[in-house]
Design a protein around this ligand. Structure first.
Ligand code: AMP
Length: 602
């Protein structure tokens, strides 16, 4: 399937036609200087210099020239990069009028990007009228940020009214390099904790815990976080009012300084290009040296912070123009990380040479517990694949079965050793009631769970015994007990807190294993085919209908022949939705507008 990817920026337009299956680029175009006299460079070696038609016509002129070049190529869909998807989009979507209107409504959040992205979409729909158009959002991957990570400590009503929260950007790249790194390591992203550093003209770093973005350095806009080519990244917010008061600068001027005149350019006074900064620093330019130090120091600070948040890290990934190409920057960031278990191998670092055929290079010592990887990002391919996936999915037909919803009350899974300690040596759990998942039962046995603040009695033990102890509680329980339990997939208990549990014959101190379970759907491989999903996909489900309907995002799909189709939510969620076990949910996917769009399956 051939997908045309478009990235419309304020002064440049990049287009590439890719075969989504092979990843091969069939044709590409770069148009620079859009605002004065566009210069178009094509992969067939030709260049067109256009007379200025004014900013209004610039994109149209470029795309018309591109369409002419592509007239002998098949184009199956057009994927548009859109910077800000706000709250509305947690994945790529087919562009409808509603989607366009939503992108437009998000302009206040991304005044520099969304208008030109939208213009690209509208012009491309005219120039390529016979194919479907899709929007791929920089923010979508970060929609999984937990509330604690996306919330700024501002007055709640103000933040809500103006949509002020952390959204995060470069999501397409972070997701792509995490998947590429995992494949290189022979693992699934859902088994790894990755810190991904996208270092290009814009720079951001993301903590990807078991496949989900849980922290990222860019915020409501792409200005926060790392120092970048021309952007300041983090500063004390009071500096803005101070500059206004003391330097007499107005908000627009300050915005301009922070976005366009700061970062490497501002600190060095030389360039926004890391190559020029590094050259100058080698020649002894003190300002360039400081710019390099600030750049790498800030990133090291974030890496330490993100490792702390995830309770460790399995791989640190460097990507983007700087991350892929600069051994010096990788060295400055990755040396002295031994305390994290990351030990750089300088020879390998210095000889990293990435290419289409070698998109990943490892540069850690053999004994390093943490992998250090340089990974070539390919946002265009990631966009093309998302788009091809949507086209394929919609080729199939309609009507979905409903999914029974079960409320999972707090419960505990135990190992036999723990059962011995709690109920006496050799004790066998007794079946009180068989559960809907085959072979699973609620046991007669209950335990008392003791936290630092309170205790909860009669917590049901589920059988049969397992290989790890795991206590699943709700957010309400968590605060009642006084335990900070992360939201985790069942079975993922690394770096989770423990607590004391008491049985009839004794007590036992769990070292770890307390989680808030990630809401999930159990299904068989046959169900998965019907719903067109795979194990560990994340979907949305709407439970109930009419005014009582409640949509749950971030629902994890778990597929096994041993399972029976059922969605599990915890008591808090059940209460919020005013539902009881037995209500039925419909597996759905958002159109990006909070409106339900049923997935069409065959
Ligand atoms: P991107 O936005 O991903 O294209 O990255 C652009 C940035 O990568 C610019 O700051 C370039 O200076 C930087 N870059 C590209 N090649 C190198 C290199 N060999 N060494 C250092 N920085 C580089």
């Amino acid at each position: 399937m051939n997908i045309l990817t478009l990235n419309a920026g304020s002064s440049s337009l990049k287009a590439a036609l890719l075969d989504a299956a092979t990843g091969r680029t069939l044709f590409d175009m770069t148009a620079e200087r859009l605002l004065d006299a566009p210069v178009l460079q094509f992969s067939d070696g030709t260049t067109i210099e256009l007379e200025s038609k004014g900013p209004e016509r610039a994109i149209a002129v470029c795309l018309e020239a591109l369409a002419d070049k592509l007239k002998d190529h098949q184009v199956d869909g057009v994927a548009h990069r859109v910077v800000h998807g706000g709250e509305a989009f947690d994945r790529a979507v087919r562009i409808t009028e509603e989607v366009e209107a939503t992108i437009e409504s998000l302009i206040p959040l991304a005044p520099l990007h969304n208008p030109v992205n939208l213009k690209g979409i509208r012009v491309a729909k005219d120039v390529f009228p016979d194919v479907d158009h899709f929007a791929v959002f920089d923010t979508a991957f970060h929609q999984s940020l937990p509330t604690r990570a996306k919330t700024y400590a501002l007055p709640k009503a103000l933040a809500k009214k103006y949509g002020i929260r952390r959204y995060g950007f470069h999501g397409t790249s972070h997701k792509y390099v995490a998947a590429t790194a995992a494949a290189f390591l022979g693992a699934e992203p859902s088994d790894l904790r990755i810190i991904s550093c996208h270092l290009g003209n814009g720079c951001s770093v993301t903590a990807i815990e078991y496949g989900r973005s849980i922290e990222t350095s860019m915020g409501m806009t792409p200005l926060e976080g790392l120092a970048m080519g021309t952007r300041s990244g983090d500063i004390d917010p009071s500096i803005i009012a101070y500059l206004n008061r003391e330097a007499g600068l107005n908000p627009q001027e300050i915005d301009d300084i922070l976005n366009k005149k700061s970062g490497l350019l501002g600190m060095s006074g030389i360039s926004n290009d890391m190559r020029a900064i590094l050259d100058a620093s080698t020649q002894g330019n003190a300002d360039a040296q400081l710019a390099v130090q600030v750049f790498t120091h800030r990133l090291r600070k974030y890496i330490g912070a993100y490792a702390a948040i995830m309770g460790g890290v399995d791989a640190i990934v460097f990507t983007g123009g700087i991350g892929e190409n600069s051994p010096i920057i990788r060295h400055r960031v990755a040396q002295r990380l031994d305390y994290l278990g990351a030990v750089i191998y300088e020879d390998f670092n210095n000889s990293v040479e990435l290419s289409d055929t070698h998109p990943v290079a490892e540069f850690n010592m053999r004994h390093s517990r943490v992998k250090l990887l340089a990974v070539r990002t390919n946002e265009q391919l990631a966009m093309a694949r998302e788009c091809a996936r949507l086209i394929q999915k919609e080729d199939s037909v309609n009507t979905l079965p409903t999914i029974p919803v079960a409320i999972s009350a707090r419960h505990i899974h135990l190992r036999q050793e723990t059962v011995d300690a709690l109920f006496g040596k050799g004790h066998e759990l007794r079946v009180k009631k068989w559960l809907s998942q085959p072979g699973q039962f609620a046991a007669e046995e209950t335990v008392t769970v003791v936290g630092p603040r309170n205790q909860i009695e009669r917590v049901r033990v589920l059988g049969p015994v397992r290989t790890v102890d795991q206590l699943e509680i709700s957010r309400t329980d968590e605060f009642f007990l006084g335990i900070d339990a992360p939201v985790r997939e069942s079975g993922k208990v690394d770096n989770t807190p423990g607590c004391r549990i008491i049985g009839t014959a004794g007590s036992y101190d769990l070292e770890d294993g307390v989680i808030c379970a990630w809401r999930h759907i159990h299904m068989t491989p046959q169900d998965a085919e019907v719903f067109a999903v795979q194990d560990r996909d994340v979907v949305e489900v709407t439970v109930g209908s009419g005014e009582r309907a409640l949509t749950f995002g971030n629902v994890l799909i778990r597929v096994s022949p041993k399972y029976k189709l059922e969605m599990h939510i915890d008591t808090d969620e059940g209460n919020a939705a005013e539902i009881n076990s037995g209500d039925e949910g419909v597996l759905s996917e958002t159109s990006g507008l909070g409106v339900l769009v049923k997935r069409r399956v065959g």
